[in-house]
Design a protein around this ligand. Structure first.
Ligand code: MG
Length: 334
């Protein structure tokens, strides 16, 4: 099987070629080789569960700082974490275009396993379909995940006036990296995606008992979209401090070249964490000690004024509204 170069329709046909593909590519890369090959995986959990699903169609599938596999695991893990859940198990479904190189599939599967190990989660079940050339573009992956909710009540609807908005790092890295790679605009390595599972940040905050009210990973639509969603869900206002929101210089340059506002550009390794004012500094300290949180900062506050609206104090001292994104967002960014 590994000697063959390309995926063919028979790899999705349910016969021996498909079994070989699953054994040599997926089982060899992740999961428990000795687990029974049954129609469902068995997962032992107790307590209230979080359950989420996401599809990944990013173009290109390999980009500086990550690939579609790392993205598929980190994206689903971060959605579970944002609900206050410890990720336990993932599924991974592949839709593969006929002719796709087997070696690329192996690279993706290994990247998924690496990311899953980093996130302390297991990929326990999956599916593979092959479609005729032109019926899909290279490879699409869907991941679903379950996690055990460690802290009840964390919700986009739970932000309160007086709360503090923490952002775990600089914005726009993922969207800018993918757009540059796709358009071949700049030397590929100048901007890297931030794709990462944020398990350590979230679980350490929960373990320390920090009073987290809301969390959201600002993916498609960037922090502009995510903060507007929370402002509406919680019926509160927000005031951001532009100077506290980090944008790496090459990302800022890329956004300017592409004519996009980094506030609306996707992140895949950042979390918005809204905490009580009393726990803000302690939470920030904990976040900064984690691998993906060294760049974290307090970027704003929740207000009772202008409910449902996000405002930003600009670096020149004026205040403007940050509307929810409208119109065309960047396509196939995740
Ligand atoms: Mg999310």
């Amino acid at each position: 099987m590994l000697g063959e170069n390309r995926i063919t329709l028979k790899h999705g046909a349910g016969g021996t070629a498909m079994v070989e593909l699953i054994e040599d590519v997926f089982a060899a890369s992740y999961g428990d080789l000795n687990a029974p090959r049954d129609d469902s995986a068995r997962v032992d959990v107790s307590g209230p569960l979080a359950f989420t699903t996401d599809s990944f169609v990013v173009d290109p599938i390999f980009f500086p700082g990550g690939d579609i596999g790392r993205l598929a695991v980190a994206g689903t893990v971060n959605d579970l974490l944002a609900t206050g859940a410890k990720p336990i198990a993932l599924s991974a479904s592949f839709i593969i275009e006929e002719g796709f190189p087997v070696n690329d599939l192996i690279t993706i599967a290994r990247s998924m396993e690496e990311t899953a190990q980093e996130a302390n989660v297991q990929i326990v079940t999956g599916d593979t379909k092959v479609v005729a050339r032109g019926s899909a573009d290279k490879v699409f992956i869907s991941t679903s995940g379950i996690g055990v909710i460690l802290r009840n009540g964390i919700s986009g609807a739970a932000a309160k006036p007086g709360d503090v908005i923490i952002l775990t790092g600089s914005i726009g890295d993922h969207g800018a990296a993918v757009m540059l790679a796709r358009e071949k605009l700049l030397d590929a390595e100048t901007v890297k995606s931030d794709t990462a599972p944020l398990t350590d940040i979230v679980l350490n905050l929960i373990e320390a008992g920090c009073e987290i009210h809301s969390m959201r990973d600002p993916t498609r639509g960037g922090i502009g979209a995510a903060l507007n969603e929370i402002a509406k869900q919680s019926d509160v206002g927000m005031v951001l401090d532009e100077r506290a929101i980090a944008v790496k210089p090459p990302v800022a340059a890329a956004c300017e070249a592409l004519g996009i506002d980094p506030l609306y550009v996707a992140n895949e390794g950042k979390m918005i964490i809204i905490v009580s004012a009393a726990d803000a500094e302690r939470s920030l300290d904990i976040i900064k000690r984690q691998r993906y949180g060294y760049d974290a900062s307090i970027v704003g506050r929740i207000t009772s004024n202008h409910p449902g609206q996000v405002r930003i104090k600009t670096s020149i001292g004026t205040t403007r509204i940050v509307p929810p994104p409208s119109g065309e967002l960047l396509p196939r960014i995740c």
